[in-house]
Design a protein around this ligand. Structure first.
Ligand SMILES: C[S@@+](CC[C@H](N)C(=O)[O-])C[C@H]1O[C@@H](n2cnc3c(N)ncnc32)[C@H](O)[C@@H]1O
Length: 196
């Protein structure tokens, strides 16, 4: 198998790092949900050597993630652990950050709810939940390209689609998280930050 590569990760890693660096200074154990190729994990683990970056995903992604991790040989990079929402329980202890990128519009909405619920039940007090991806606001897209992206997602699988900020926000509040920020990112993406 060829090492998987996502051009989007090449483009967005730098801008995401700029935001994460304002929030991860005192954090110790980060769980990444839906690590995908493993590129973000390698990039951010090298930038934040003080914290342990734990990769997770569905088993079909593990081989690719392992290829990135084995090449990077970083002491603070762990996993991949199996974590498929709807099947697995929360996969690690003493986590003080959950980070997930481009997953809320891919997994079914019920699994987004499940993830926030599991994080609410398992994260340490004061932990952060950081989500990167596109959102709508009061049903409005932040760009024409996001609207087209949403329609493509729906065509590919009816359970997929860009989520509305209000619905996501409600789930976080319901599970005991407090809103910390919503940062506009390049290519019509956002970073949402919540604190338990
Ligand atoms: C578009 S990829 C994003 C990968 C990577 N985070 C990135 O930004 O490039 C979507 C990810 O969501 C994960 N995913 C989809 N459904 C999931 C579920 N039910 N539980 C856990 N992960 C899921 C996929 O396995 C995949 O890694």
């Amino acid at each position: 198998m060829k090492k998987p590569f996502a051009p989007s990760c090449e483009r967005n890693s730098g801008p995401i790092h700029n935001v994460l660096s304002n929030y991860l200074g005192d954090k110790k154990r980060l769980l990444e949900v839906g690590s995908g190729t493993g590129q973000h994990a390698v990039y951010f683990a090298s930038k934040f050597p003080h914290l342990t970056w734990i990769t997770t995903d569905q088993p079909t992604y593990h081989q690719g993630i392992k290829m990135w991790l084995e090449e990077a040989k970083l002491p603070n990079l762990e996993g991949p652990l199996s974590f498929k929402l709807g099947e697995d329980s929360f996969p690690a202890n003493n986590i003080d950050v959950v980070y997930t990128a481009n997953t809320f519009h891919i997994m079914p909405w019920e699994m987004v709810e499940e993830l926030i619920s599991l994080a609410g039940a398992n994260l340490l007090e004061g932990s952060l939940f950081i989500v990167y991806g596109p959102f709508t606001y009061n049903g409005e897209y932040t760009s024409k390209s996001n609207e087209e992206f949403h329609l493509n997602l729906r065509q590919m699988a009816p359970h997929q689609g860009i989520r509305d900020f209000k619905n996501v926000h409600e789930q976080f509040e319901k599970r005991g998280f407090k809103f910390q920020g919503d940062i506009a990112m390049p290519a019509n993406n956002q970073i949402l930050i919540y604190k338990k």
